[in-house]
Design a protein around this ligand. Sequence first.
Ligand SMILES: Cc1ncc(C[n+]2csc(CCOP(=O)(O)OP(=O)(O)O)c2C)c(N)n1
Ligand SMILES: [Mg+2]
Length: 319
Amino acid sequence: MELSEEILLRMYYKMNQARFFEEKVDYLFSKGLVHGTAHLSIGQEASGVISCLALEKGDLVSMTHRGHAQAIGFGLDVNLMMAEFMGRARGYCKGKGGSMHIADVQNGNIGANGVVGGGFNLSCGAALTQKYKKTGKVVLCFAGDGATNQGSFHESLNLAAVWNLPIVFLIENNLYGMSSPISKNMNIENISERSGSYDIPGLTIDGNDPIEVYNTVLKALRYARAGRGPVLVEAKTYRYNGHSKGDAQVYRNEEEIAEWREKDPILRLKKYLQENRVFTDKQIQTMANEAHKSIETALKFAMESPEPEITSVLEDVYA
Ligand SMILES: Cc1ncc(C[n+]2csc(CCOP(=O)(O)OP(=O)(O)O)c2C)c(N)n1
Ligand SMILES: [Mg+2]
């Protein structure tokens, strides 16, 4: 499918924004300016960002613990994201959630989730609501390869199938669950094969190809929106950084990382834009510069935001 200049511009800008956001996150940790942990998805920007660009206004998304790119693709405000990440009161959760709990429920972002596989059931509930209220909206549910070994994945696919729910399960298969390669955790090569057990469509795609990701997710969303039920999409991709902070990465070698860097999704889109003469090199550079600037602005916004008041510690506590 021919993609408009407008969507190609959004793809390039937002993937760069996600990359710069996470490079900044990494830097802030290295300087000891942030506590706790974060999971970077540098290298996974095509599956994380681009899938969300295929959504329509009003569609919902549930994210993973590795959710920064997904959030930026969905359109969350990078100022509020950075403030949340830095534990500041102007953040999405008033600075009390941090990286793994960024959410904007009013606007359809059900949230990132520290519980691996925790988004499947929530997504089914949200999709059931859309069906019941006949909103015509679809839920895009992100998960990792490791999460598909959880019971919640199988329960949710089964329910989504028998209830014909408007939901697209987007599995970012980055080949590892923490330090375990997928071959140690499952006997199949393609996770999309698991769709067969529930008699729903299952697709495996090159998750580092922005155009393929966009076209596939768009089709899957249309299928679900038309009332035909859920779709399972497996996007094969790779994270260049460790699982989270403090990962010595003894389970893989430099050659493997270098091989995947050759397939970098941002460089691939850049090449596509150049080869098809969609934009000039100058325009491409300007888009990247603008994305970079937006992250510098976000950091300034976060630094200027106060920390939460100690008196607010029991506010917004549900359990
Ligand atoms: C229920 C649960 N079990 C274990 C963990 C610890 N944990 C955090 S991330 C992770 C690996 C998840 O792998 P995958 O789903 O492939 O996502 P990735 O980290 O590769 O993006 C595990 C086991 C957790 N957070 N929640
Ligand atoms: Mg994984």
